[in-house]
Write a protein that binds this ligand. Sequence first.
Ligand code: SF4
Length: 232
Amino acid sequence: MTEPCYSKNPDNGIAISSLIRAFHCPRQYFFYKDIPSKPAIQYSICKLVSCAEKGSTEEELWYTLHMIHPEISEDKRHFLRDCLMAMEHAPVRPWTETDISVRSERAGIHGLLDKYHAQNGEYTLTRCTMAPKTGCWAEDAIRTAAFLLCIEEAGAVKTPGIYIEYVRSGIIRYYEPTPKDRRRVLHLIQQVKEIDNGEFPHKPLNPPCSRCRFSDRCAQNAPRRLSFLLKK
Ligand code: SF4
């Protein structure tokens, strides 16, 4: 995943999570960018399961979760149980470091990578969505491309791809970003910069409007020119 908070300080560059938000819909990014975001409990659960020692029990992990999220409610236990069952026989990626901060000065982006294994030189992203039938979701292809830009710039490890753990499905995929993914990342960086500078973005071709909490505000903002014409 990775980092759930969006960058508010332009000096820090753009958080990779902001690129993903803009990928879903640039207008959603426009509306979301000033709203404080909280780390998602589901992500914490998936992360814990992904990094847990083999044989860890539900009780042990629930105890740890309480320390991370003291406010966690009992009804999240079933999600933890489902993840544990899904990952029981999955080839979980090993790790020696977790939550690794990466950044690309050249691209002006930064993010938090879930896992790194020093001996293998492998990076892993942990996702809490179900896995697609094949490959990875389009947003994960973009994540992977953005993180690789950062890793490549650091130059320490050369790798053409990143593992993606779909914890809820117990499925691990390896993805090598294509030039198209990289182009999309560069385009999104440009879009986010323009929005951060105050531009209200165009509506994209297929936005996810049916499940968008901003549909009213979006409708008010969008048709300025049209209402201007109608008034005449
Ligand atoms: S209503 Fe549609 S176009 Fe507007 S912000 Fe939401 S998803 Fe984007």
